[in-house]
Design a protein around this ligand. Structure first.
Ligand SMILES: Nc1ncnc2c1ncn2[C@@H]1O[C@H](COP(=O)(O)OP(=O)(O)OP(=O)(O)O)[C@@H](O)[C@H]1O
Length: 234
C-alpha cells in the first residue's frame, strides 16, 4: 500500500489558509494546537471533506473511488462522540464495513479496544468512554491504509489513552498512514513519530516530537511552560 496525502489549504470557516503538508505511510503523526487553531479543519482536508487537498492511495485518487471502496481505504473518526443510534455496538462497528461485514473483522476490531464484553449492548446505553472505544473500533475495522482521528483520546481514562495510542502506533508500524489530533502534549511527544503544531490555521512547527514541541515553541504557541513535573501558565 502506498498512500500520499497532501493538503494545500485549510478552510477555517470562510477563511482559507494556504499550507503545504504531506503525510507518509508508516508514520504516526500527532496534530496539536490551541482550541480553534485548525486541527479538525486540517484533518478534514486530509480526509477529503473540506479545504483543498489531494489524496492518492495506491495510485488512485480518493475522490474517484465509490463510497464502498473509500471506506476500505480511508477511515476518519470525527470529533463528535454523540452518536446514539439504537444499535448494538457490534452492529455499529459492522456498519463501518459498508456491506462487507466480515464477522472476523468486527471481532478483531472490538478486541483491539477490549470491547468484546459490551459488543452486544446498545450504543446509546454505553458510557461516553465506552462509546468512544467503539467508535475507534469502527474506524479500525476496515483495516484502511489511512486512518485519521480527531481527538481519539478524548473521554478515555489514562490507561485507555495509552492502549489506544499503542494500537494506533501498531497500525502505523504495519504501514498505515496514521494522523490524529490530541491535546495532551506529553502523549503527543511520547507516542508520535512526527508532531505538527497548528497555530491560527498555519503550521507553526513540524518535525520530530522533541523539535516540534521544544520549550520555546510550546511557550509561544500554548502560553504554558514546564515547572518540574507540571505544566503551568507562562
Ligand atoms: N463550520 C464552521 N463555520 C465557521 N467557522 C468554523 C467552522 N468550523 C470551524 N470554524 C472555525 O475554524 C477555526 C478552526 O476550527 P477547528 O475546529 O479546526 O479548530 P481545532 O483546532 O480543532 O479546535 P479545538 O481544539 O477547539 O477542537 C476556528 O476559529 C473555528 O471557529
Amino acid at each position: 500500500m502506498t498512500a500520499r496525502l497532501h493538503a494545500s489549504a485549510i478552510a477555517l470557516g470562510d477563511r482559507l489558509e494556504r499550507c503545504d503538508l504531506a503525510l507518509e505511510a508508516g508514520c504516526m503523526t500527532m496534530i496539536v494546537g490551541p482550541n480553534g487553531a485548525g486541527k479538525t479543519s486540517l484533518l478534514r482536508v486530509l480526509a477529503g471533506i473540506g479545504g483543498d487537498g489531494d489524496i492518492e492511495i495506491d495510485g488512485e485518487a480518493l475522490g474517484s473511488l465509490p463510497p464502498s471502496r473509500r471506506a476500505a481505504r480511508l477511515a476518519f473518526l470525527g470529533a463528535s462522540r454523540d452518536i446514539r443510534w439504537p444499535l448494538s455496538a457490534r452492529d455499529f462497528v459492522a456498519l463501518g464495513l459498508m456491506g462487507s461485514a466480515d464477522p472476523n473483522r468486527v471481532e478483531r476490531a472490538l478486541g483491539l479496544v477490549d470491547a468484546e464484553g459490551f459488543g452486544a449492548r446498545r450504543l446509546d446505553r454505553l458510557s461516553t468512554g465506552e462509546r468512544s472505544r467503539i467508535m475507534i473500533a469502527r474506524a479500525l475495522a476496515p483495516g484502511a491504509g489511512v486512518v485519521l482521528l480527531d481527538e481519539p483520546c478524548a473521554n478515555l481514562d489514562p490507561k485507555w489513552q495509552l492502549v489506544v495510542l499503542d494500537r494506533l502506533r501498531a497500525e502505523a508500524q504495519a504501514g498505515a498512514v496514521v494522523a490524529l489530533s490530541i491535546h495532551d502534549l506529553d502523549l503527543a511527544r511520547r507516542h508520535g513519530d512526527r508532531v505538527i503544531v497548528i497555530e491560527d490555521g498555519r503550521i507553526a512547527a513540524d518535525g520530530p516530537p522533541a523539535e516540534a514541541l521544544s520549550d520555546m515553541i510550546v511557550e509561544r504557541v500554548f502560553g504554558i511552560r514546564r515547572k518540574q513535573d507540571f505544566w503551568i501558565r507562562a
